[in-house]
Design a protein around this ligand. Structure first.
Ligand code: ZN
Length: 414
């Protein structure tokens, strides 16, 4: 075996594995449609397991369908290094999202298998079930149950839009394992992922190391005005709930510029009643999605926004109520691991950047029970959850090399 620091992944082998996986559920525009627990998900799992068996890993499937493949270390009493992501996709989603983390880890294991690298600790690859949460709510179900943060029975009983039950579908594809989905001690967790945003591309960087995942707050706003005839009601006598909503939506959009930092704010859902061409809108419901690394700032932003929305409602003669539908704390990744990944990137000659993740990942749950860190690679055009999602093969290779040395450093620790 060569000197360990000289070790690199096999870029062509990673590329081939990514292409083979992307054939499963391939869509005409170059994406993948591989919903959790679908026939395509089964096919992807079967292929992964065949690949894991090729390098002699011990396979464990738990009763959430999470797949683990274990490579022993010198001391198997020590908690392992865990690394992976997910093979399910969003509807007509991208071929890199999730797959890169699983197949990047596979490439790391193939590399150290081929070079007969002996690690102190075992290394375990994982494919988490239902990360996307598109077919069955919520997202990150496999890692959430495994980490003891979601209730297994509730997840097993979830139904998709066709009324099919999670546990039946899991059984149908043959992946309801016998091992209970339950966390085991983990020395370090790694997840390599495409960035899904434009920060790395705009900054001319190859590797992103997120400090953590931003806090997310969802609110529902319910506005009430008065319905009336669109032809006979004078303009100054209207209580138009949709006009009030229009002003409010712009206020939400302008909020991040006022608050500063990395805040983003979105109104993505709206219902208008009675939604008729000749009736003044009586009631409107819309959603607000507010995300920021600084959670105090989210709270302050929300207070300011509420005052401002109240003013708009008053001016428009409407009343309004709000209801919180989600409040997720930010998750922080392990500083030592993050610093180490930055150093590794530097020593491998990849320009790197510390950042935060605006999107959720399985690593968010893992960070709550073990030291965790992520490696981001650039998403061309900042696109994700779409068929055109893309990352260059060079950047995939870079991510896998950083993952390789991140995993090795942790796996060599006594
Ligand atoms: Zn993902």
């Amino acid at each position: 075996m060569r000197h360990l620091p000289d070790l690199r992944v096999n870029a062509e082998r990673l590329h081939n594995a990514m292409e083979k996986m992307a054939d499963i559920g391939a869509t005409p525009a170059g994406g993948v449609h591989r919903l959790a627990l679908s026939a395509e998900d089964k096919e992807a799992r079967d292929l992964l397991i065949a690949w894991l068996e090729d390098i002699g890993l011990e396979i464990i499937v738990d009763d959430m369908g999470n797949i683990f493949g274990k490579r022993p270390g010198k001391n198997n009493k020590l908690p392992p290094v865990l690394s992976g992501s997910h093979l399910d996709s969003a509807p007509n989603g991208g071929r890199f999202d999730g797959a890169l983390g699983v197949l990047g880890t596979l490439e790391v294991l193939r590399t150290i298998h081929e070079k007969n690298v002996e690690t102190e600790r075992p290394i375990v690859i994982v494919n988490w079930t239902n990360e996307e949460g598109c077919r069955f709510h919520p997202a990150m179900a496999g890692s959430g149950v495994w980490s003891d943060r979601l209730d297994k029975k509730k997840i097993h009983d979830q139904r998709d839009s066709q009324g099919r039950i999670f546990i039946d579908e899991l059984q149908k594809i043959g992946y309801k394992g016998t091992t209970p989905a339950k966390r085991f001690p983990v020395h370090a967790y790694f997840e390599c992922h495409n960035e899904q945003g434009p920060v790395l591309v705009n900054g001319g960087k190859v590797i992103g190391v997120p400090r953590g995942i931003v806090g997310v707050r969802w609110k529902k706003v319910f506005l009430k005005g008065t319905a009336n005839h669109a032809g006979t009601t004078p303009m100054n006598a209207r209580k138009d709930a949709l006009c009030a909503a229009a002003e409010m939506i712009l206020k939400v959009n302008e909020l991040p510029a006022k608050m500063g930092q990395d805040m983003v704010a979105t109104v993505g859902e709206i219902d208008n009643f009675p939604n008729a061409v000749n009736v003044i809108p009586e009631s409107v419901h819309f959603s607000i999605d507010l995300r920021c690394w600084n959670e105090d700032l989210i709270a302050r932003a929300w207070d300011q926004l509420t005052t401002s929305l109240e003013k708009t409602a008053r001016k428009r003669g409407c009343t309004f109520e709000t209801k919180e539908s989600m409040n997720l704390s930010r998750s922080s990744f392990n500083e030592t691991l993050c610093d180490r990944l930055m150093e590794i990137s530097q020593s491998l000659g990849y320009p790197a950047l510390k950042m935060v993740s605006g999107a959720g990942h399985d690593a968010a749950y893992l960070a709550q029970i073990a030291p965790a860190a992520m490696i981001f690679v650039p998403s061309i055009g900042g696109q994700s959850h779409v068929e055109s999602e893309n990352t260059t093969w060079e950047d995939c290779e870079a991510g896998a090399n950083v993952l390789l040395h991140g995993i090795l450093a942790s796996a060599m620790e006594k």
